[in-house]
Design a binder for this molecule. Structure first.
Ligand SMILES: *Cc1c(COP(=O)(O)O)cnc(C)c1O
Length: 228
């Protein structure tokens, strides 16, 4: 199946899952994870109206973004971000999904200010306490948000939370992970305000469950583009 056909099919599934949970498909942002994909694959989806693309390596992303500048696409950084790689984030990304420290936030904010832009940030939470994953532990979340708000950084806006489900997890484990993240978001909203509104969760193997558990952003690679 071509990526364009897969896009159609996935959008239908998102709509159906959204309806099952009393929501609207158009309120859920599908991010096409285009890491390791050639420009031509991105262009084909863009021609079908796909707006949001996700990359996990800074250099690869910057090269692609530069070449697709005329398209006015929206770029999401979804990989682990080392603080020495933050310099060009401000001029290239609209969203970064993997914030996990004040130090990183300061560097992103500087880059965004230099570029005269505001970057929207999600805090990555390692809900399943998987030692192989980045992200903060759930009990580190409120203290970190306190620190971030106190630092009052310009050029960034905290918008919500992100998590990665365990690869190979079944339905009940996946749902538990997603509903735990949703509950953390609701607590953030109560403590820190309504700007906490985004839940980035759900990938090729678990996105329908993620939608039913409240995802507002899905990060989908191989179900769109095929195996890499
Ligand atoms: C690669 C990647 C995805 C997409 O995964 P698929 O299984 O290909 O859909 C989503 N999120 C992150 C953080 C990734 O690195």
């Amino acid at each position: 199946m071509s990526a364009a056909d897969s896009l159609e099919k996935i959008r239908q599934r998102i709509d159906a899952a959204a309806q099952r949970s009393g929501r609207r498909g158009e309120d859920i942002r599908l991010i096409a994870v285009s890491k390791h994909q050639p420009l031509s694959a991105i262009e084909k989806l863009a021609a079908r109206g796909q707006q949001d693309f996700g990359e996990n390596q800074v250099q690869e992303a910057i090269d692609k973004i530069a070449q697709l500048r005329d398209r006015s696409l929206e770029w999401h950084f979804i990989g682990h971000l080392q603080s020495n790689k933050t310099r060009y984030t401000g001029s290239h990304f609209s969203w970064i999904h993997t914030l996990d420290s004040l130090r990183l936030a300061r560097r992103i904010a500087t880059s965004a200010e230099d570029a005269g832009r505001t970057i929207r940030l999600l805090l990555q939470v390692n809900v399943s306490a998987d030692p192989a994953k980045h992200g903060i532990a759930p009990d580190e979340l409120f203290p970190l948000v306190d620190e971030l708000l106190e630092a009052d950084l310009k050029g960034i806006r905290l918008c919500g939370l992100m998590t990665i489900g365990r690869r190979g997890a079944g339905e009940s484990e996946s749902r538990d992970t997603f509903s735990a993240l949703r509950s953390l978001l609701e607590q953030c909203r109560q403590r820190f305000g309504s700007s906490f509104s985004e839940l980035s969760m759900g990938m090729s193997n678990d996105y329908e469950w993620a939608v039913e558990e409240g995802a507002t952003m899905l990060r989908i690679g191989k179900a769109l583009f095929g195996e890499r």
